[in-house]
Ligand binder design. Structure first.
Ligand code: NAD
Length: 500
């Protein structure tokens, strides 16, 4: 749905629906232009959000600044950590509300949101409350040229007002992945959730206020990107740093907005991830792991592989196994029994994915399975579903093999040697994630390190200790988040040297 269409759809906002207001200074404020929030599983509006104008964005920046200059700025680390733990408790106490909100915005299966999205939303606050407590700063004492002594060490300061701009695919998980370390470091944040999925960021405002987080520390502005709340926020002179997850071209636009004030940037961007399956792999495990990787969240995971290179001798068996897994997926409404395959996020995104489905055939693909829209009954008939889709016979340089589709689809391509597999996998403008499937762990280690990506998995996918670095190479991002890496972005060291 285009922005204009969204506004048109709610020229008469339905008061019975949930109202998602802008959250500034621990209060939901009036104002802003209403827009529809649509349940992608049914295609029906389920909430109304209010697009922040320049005055609302200004007020959020002012509230955040006031928090830094007030009690939040002088709060002890111990107290700040205790508040983060209370926020995690607050999410868990209202687990069912978060679950319902996330499912209404995304249409994702109940099993996925309840096992991944909401628990990770709470866990992010606990992880960073722990990380900040355990992290030392460097300190050296040394002999000075005049024969004396000096001690030289660093202290960490918050950056200030941080803009958090987040996407729609894992809304609470990805937003809290940024908010938690930013608050752990003592910053104040203004979140601009995706216009498709504003509900959980809004609900988190209630939890922050209930937990006793001071006014202005966590603010939410609703709206769109260009010429809307997103652009107004990232170009605001009062914002010191921007942490963004989303498409690479949006990252470029944000970089331009940030340039005049030389803001600090952390970007998690798009991907076109490769998987490599060797003939010596446990093939059942590779099929199970990669079918999950391709189809989880209907392929709307930045880490999902859309290119799978398979050693020729096991190619047919692998394709057969993947086809069977795709056939076993059950699309439908999130709450229907056994449903494990949700819709895409919007009608617009579905059109984009279906365009790629058509393009694949034009580029010579053999469609192993899928390629269209599933036939569904009842409310789900209005949802934005597509079929899980696999292709073979695509040339490596096809557009479908180079451009991020962000749908439940992958091209499966044979290879004959390790060197060829590495070359093909690395031949991409993106560099987010890769996975290697082999029983030879020396080879797994070797190839894992040779991948030009932020994270390589060996015989697994989407598995990681949250203290390790996460981010992308090439067009997939700038910087790393996770553990100390997040703390290093969300704080600034001041180097102090004392001559004794
Ligand atoms: P998107 O770039 O369209 O939007 C992301 C956010 O940016 C939204 O809140 C949007 O309103 C805002 N925005 C858009 N234009 C803006 C502008 N000019 N100024 C300020 N804000 C602006 O991304 P999306 O469609 O929501 O998410 C899907 C993309 O996110 C995919 O490319 C996916 O690979 C990527 N992603 C990456 C990671 C990662 O960790 N690398 C994780 C999840 C998703």
């Amino acid at each position: 749905m285009t922005e204009a269409a969204i506004h048109e759809a709610v020229s008469d906002p339905a008061p019975a629906l949930r109202q998602l207001r802008n959250f500034v200074g621990n209060r939901f404020i009036e104002g802003g232009k209403p827009f529809a929030v649509v349940d992608p599983a049914t295609g029906r509006q389920h909430a109304t959000a209010y697009e922040a104008d320049a005055a609302i964005v200004d007020s959020a920046v002012a509230a955040a600044r006031a928090a830094l200059d007030g009690p939040w700025g002088s709060m002890t680390l111990a107290k700040r950590r205790a508040l983060l733990m209370k926020v995690a408790d607050g999410i868990e106490a209202r687990f069912d509300e978060f679950l319902a909100a996330e499912i209404a915005d995304t249409g994702k299966p109940h099993s996925l949101a309840s096992h991944l999205d909401i628990p990770r939303g709470a866990a992010n606050f606990r992880v960073f409350a722990d990380v900040i407590a355990a992290l030392p700063t460097e300190s050296f004492d040394f002999d000075t040229p005049d024969g004396g002594k000096a001690i030289n060490y660093a202290v960490r300061r918050p950056l200030g007002v941080v803009a958090v701009v987040s996407p729609w695919n894992l809304p609470l998980l990805l937003m809290t992945w940024k908010v938690a370390p930013a608050l752990a470091c003592g910053n104040a944040v203004i979140v601009k959730p995706s216009e498709e999925t504003p509900s959980t960021a809004t609900l988190l405002g209630e939890v922050m206020a209930e937990a006793g987080v001071p006014e202005g520390v966590y603010n939410v502005v609703q709206g769109f990107g260009p010429s809307s709340a997103g652009e107004m926020l990232v170009s605001h002179p009062g914002v010191r740093a921007i942490t963004f997850t989303g498409e690479t071209r949006t990252g470029s636009a944000i970089m331009r907005s940030a340039a005049p004030h030389v803001k600090a940037l952390s970007f998690e961007l798009g991907g076109k991830n490769a998987a490599i399956v060797f003939a010596d792999a446990d093939l059942d495990a590779a099929v199970a792991g990669l079918s999950r990787a391709v189809f989880l969240n209907t392929g709307q995971v930045c880490l999902a592989p859309e290119r799978i290179y398979v050693e020729r001798s096991v190619f047919d068996a692998f394709v057969t196994g993947m086809k069977a897994k795709a056939a076993a997926l059950k699309p439908g409404l999130p709450s229907d029994a056994g449903v494990d395959f949700g819709p895409l996020i919007s009608a617009e995104h579905r059109n984009k994915v279906l365009d790629y489905y058509r393009l694949a055939e034009q580029e010579g693909a053999t469609v192993v399975t899928g390629g269209g829209i599933p036939v569904l009954d009842g409310d789900a008939a209005g949802g934005f579903f597509v079929e899980p889709t696999l292709w073979t016979d695509l040339p490596h340089d096809a557009r479908v093999c180079r451009e991020e589709i962000f749908g439940p689809c992958a091209a499966i391509i044979p290879f004959d040697s390790e060197a060829e597999a590495v070359r093909l996998a690395n031949d991409s403008p993106y560099g987010l994630a890769a996975s290697v499937w082999t029983r030879d762990l020396s080879r797994g280690h070797r190839i894992g390190g040779a991948m030009e990506v932020g994270i390589s998995w060996v015989n697994c996918w989407f598995l990681r200790d949250l203290r390790t670095p996460f981010g992308g190479a090439k067009l997939s991002g700038i910087g790393r988040e996770g553990g100390a890496h997040s703390i290093n972005f969300y704080s600034e060291p001041t180097n102090i040297c004392i001559k004794l």
